[in-house]
Design a binder for this molecule. Structure first.
Ligand SMILES: *Cc1c(COP(=O)(O)O)cnc(C)c1O
Length: 231
């Protein structure tokens, strides 16, 4: 079942990208494994999954230890991160999607430096304006970008967002479009700051309920749990 579901998601993503004639865009499938057993994760890996997403540091740490090796798996932190978890997080994760404050960025930079790592990160943006959501507000984004790119042991790759739960799939689209516009604004900002700075490329957006719209709007990473394990 898991293999079939993974194929279905990959096929659907591929069709959307092809229909947009953007064959050069790679959309990475991140298999979200929060609440899943190590056996389920192994099965997903056997079906070709290379990227694992977890939303709690402690849970990820335990699974990480049980799953080593294989060492070719990339680990993604997609949940809200408290500053005091930064040390453990930089040890495990290849990409941290949920940086939403300068304080967290500074802490992560400090911890990454200690282990001679340059930590890849994304900034989480609250595109819906819902107060219950994590993420930086779009109007404060460039300020955080400016802080983040000044830190040598973190490497800002792009942006992440979570759409609210919507009744109609299509209703999620505006949040994804908003994130794409945020990336464009940041890239203009980066260019005016220093023309040598590489533009942000990654857009982490789209979950089981809404990934089609996210891919249509330019997603480069979809984070899928339910559609893989229960679909
Ligand atoms: C759980 C989670 C997902 C995956 O959600 P599904 O609906 O199971 O696909 C994606 N992103 C984040 C941040 C999550 O916490």
């Amino acid at each position: 079942m898991i293999c079939g579901n993974i194929l279905k998601v990959k096929e659907s993503v591929k069709n959307i990208v092809e229909a947009k004639k953007e064959n050069q865009r790679e959309v990475k499938l991140i298999c979200v494994t929060k609440g899943r057993t190590v056996e389920e994760i192994r099965e997903a890996i056997n079906c070709g999954i290379t990227d694992i997403g977890e939303n709690k540091v402690q849970e990820a740490k335990e699974k990480f230890q049980m799953l080593e090796p294989p060492g070719n798996i990339k680990w993604h932190m997609i949940g809200h991160l408290q500053t005091n978890k930064a040390r453990d997080a930089v040890k495990i994760f290849d990409l941290i999607h949920s940086v939403d404050s300068a304080r967290l960025a500074v802490e992560m930079d400090k911890e990454a430096k200690k282990i001679n790592k340059v930590q890849d990160i994304l900034i989480e943006v609250n595109t819906s304006g819902e107060t219950a959501k994590f993420g930086v507000d779009p109007e404060n984004l460039t300020e955080l970008v400016k802080e983040a790119i000044g830190l040598n042991s973190i490497n800002l790759k792009g942006l992440m967002t979570m759409a609210p739960v919507v009744k109609n799939k299509e209703d999620a689209r505006s949040y994804f479009r908003k994130l794409r516009e945020c990336r464009e604004a940041v890239n203009v900002f980066l260019y005016t700051l220093t023309p040598h700075y590489l533009p942000l490329t990654t857009l982490s957006m789209g979950m089981s309920q809404d990934y089609e719209a996210a891919v249509e709007e330019g997603s480069t990473m979809v984070r899928i749990g339910t559609a893989i394990f229960e679909g």
